[in-house]
Design a binder for this molecule. Structure first.
Ligand code: AMP
Length: 570
């Protein structure tokens, strides 16, 4: 039972979204709602407040953005043609970092394009003038970091009096970054009858406190809260790799090179991703086939035939397209992204390890998605070890091993007499060992064994904290972000980095925390004391993540400028 193209964005229509939104979703290649979307969209459309425990990777952005747009459209309040065009924004989304501000506003823009929704991200580090002009022209949805939103409120350039909805996204991260008071101040400027949505990966008491004060009888949703049904653990070797998004195709190629699967099913989120990844894998010499809901029955049958007959060895598919597929000889399941709920993970990996054979399940996670991995571990009761992406050296060793094994096979097969004359004539001039080495080189190169590979940066997974109140010397970040009274002592296992910009460049602690949390696998609560001097800043980060932070900060901008970052010298 494979759905066909007529089922575009199946399930979203049942949730009560208008055609403009359904078209946008189909255009993005979304085939069905994720669990959190299924649960959150109906009550949000009904105007309820919502308290959601969900991490990045669950599809929570669309879970709040779609009903938001639907409600604004129903009220005739989006787009340049809206009643009172140019008036104050109708929705505000608060997020912890500028990266998230950009990401969320891009998502809202994409979903609301056919509605003409005007979305503006506002965050520190971007010239304020551009934001002012856009606000003057009129926007429907503002996506802001709390600090910059407060700046605008102070200047009187952001009018929150007409908000119909406020979303607090990644609320625990915002608290960790010291935005508690800013959030309270911002909410104080919004109408009492607004709809309020709060998403947080963890639910420490302080988040519950905010929810009690600012949400009215909220619907509560939790993704991954339930334990998976107990059963016989399948014989599956599970592992995960943390990879930054730009390196994912290369990382997957390399992992597959090392794993050498007999037949693998690779899950992607959207049709676009399926097509792009299939092309990239074919470019790397794999025989990959795409399967998604946008294909005709005939195309699908052809793909399945190629997989069954062994002409193809990788099937790249969306969940919807893979449902009901029966592929006998699968050795590997690959999650190209962390699945949107533990149930989806369990369901996907259950496709290998059947009939007593050991199967392999591999999950690629972007640094921001590491919490979702933990949620899956808790739900399944099994640890998913995070492995290092094979390095160029690992790959070389593996390819040499393959060449060695191929030669061994030929030696065992025998029937080599026809080549004796070549070795004998060369042996007059060269040592036999040298002749053998040259032959190995020739065979290795002919098998494509010497690709020039770029290194893929390793991302370390931070040890999970419990998300409750923060302890010890770092707890003071819960105070105002502008607070410069940072202790000078160094925390255990922490190292201090020198960042070549300070007060004179208007750097504030939250800019540094935002840049680090946005660019690395660290979260706000992993970052230690921060000192801001006139011309430089010092920031404590865990020693084992120092190199990652240095590389990431050197490759980004803070407050619009590139900065020098290094370990502090004594
Ligand atoms: P989020 O958890 O909101 O950060 O979303 C994670 C990723 O899932 C984003 O890249 C979204 O574009 C994608 N996504 C969200 N909802 C769906 C869906 N229903 N189908 C496919 N992809 C989705």
């Amino acid at each position: 039972m494979i759905p066909n193209a007529a089922d575009d964005a199946r399930g979203f229509a049942d949730l009560g979204l208008r055609p403009e939104l359904l078209r946008a979703l189909a255009g993005l290649g979304y085939e069905e709602p994720t669990p959190i979307q299924r649960e959150a969209i109906p009550p949000l459309l009904a105007g309820r407040d919502l308290l959601g425990q969900a991490a990045t990777g669950t599809g929570k952005t669309a879970a709040f953005a779609l009903p938001l747009l639907e409600r604004l459209a129903a009220a005739g309040a989006v787009g340049a043609g809206a009643i009172e065009a140019g008036a104050a924004p109708r929705a505000l989304v608060l997020v912890p970092t500028r990266e998230l501000a950009i990401q969320v506003s891009e998502a809202v823009h994409r979903y609301g394009r056919d509605l003409g929704a005007r979305v503006l991200p506002i965050y520190g580090g971007q010239p304020i003038g551009r934001q002012l002009r856009a606000l003057e022209r009129g926007v429907d949805v503002v996506v802001a970091t709390p600090g910059r939103a407060l700046d605008h409120l102070g200047r009187g350039t952001l009018d929150l009096s007409r908000l119909a909805a406020v979303v607090l996204d990644e609320a625990d991260e915002m608290l960790d970054m010291g935005f508690a008071e800013d959030i309270e101040a911002i909410l104080g400027e919004t109408p009492a009858d607004r709809q309020t949505v709060l998403f947080s990966a963890t639910m420490p008491p302080r988040i519950e406190g905010i929810a009690r004060r600012h949400l009215r009888d909220p619907v509560r949703i939790r993704i991954g809260g339930r334990e998976a049904a107990p059963g016989v653990a399948p014989r599956i070797r599970e592992s995960a790799y943390l990879v930054a998004r730009p390196y994912k195709p290369a990382a997957l190629g390399r992992i597959l090179d090392v794993e050498a699967p007999a037949a693998a099913l690779v899950f992607c989120r959207t049709r676009e991703e399926v097509d792009a990844l299939t092309e990239s894998l074919n470019g790397r010499g794999y025989r990959a086939e795409a399967l998604h809901g946008g294909m005709s029955q005939e195309q699908r049958d052809r793909v399945m035939g190629r997989l069954r007959s062994g002409v193809a060895d990788l099937l790249v598919a969306t969940d919807v397209a893979a449902r009901g597929l029966d592929v006998e000889h699968l050795s590997h399941v690959v999650n190209y992204n962390v699945p949107s709920a533990p149930e989806a993970y369990v369901h996907r990996i259950g496709r290998v390890g059947r009939a007593g054979r050991e199967g392999v399940a591999i999950t690629l996670a972007e640094p921001r998605e590491h919490r979702m991995l933990k949620t899956i571990e808790r739900a399944t009761g099994r640890r998913i070890p995070v492995e290092k992406v094979p390095t160029v050296a690992d790959l070389r060793a593996r390819r040499l091993e393959l060449t060695r094994a191929a030669l061994e096979e030929i030696l065992l097969e025998g029937d080599l007499e026809g080549y004796r004359v070549v070795v004998e004539t060369l042996a007059d001039e060269f040592d036999v060992m040298e002749v053998a080495l040259a032959a190995v080189k020739l065979a290795h190169e002919a098998a494509g064994g010497v690709a020039d590979e770029e290194e893929i940066p390793q991302v370390e997974l931070r040890p999970e904290r419990d998300g409750r109140e923060r302890r010890g010397p770092r707890a003071r970040r819960a105070e105002r972000p502008g607070d410069r009274r940072r202790p000078r002592s160094r925390g255990e296992g922490m190292t201090r980095l020198f960042v070549g910009a300070g007060r004179s460049a208007h750097i504030r602690p939250q800019d540094l925390v935002g840049a680090i949390a946005g660019e690395t696998g660290l979260s706000g609560r992993d970052i230690g004391a921060i000192e801001i001097a006139d011309r430089f800043s010092l920031v404590e980060v865990p020693e084992d993540a120092a190199n990652e932070v240095i590389t990431a900060l050197r490759n980004t901008t803070i407050k619009g400028r590139r900065v020098n970052v290094r370990r502090e010298r004594f």
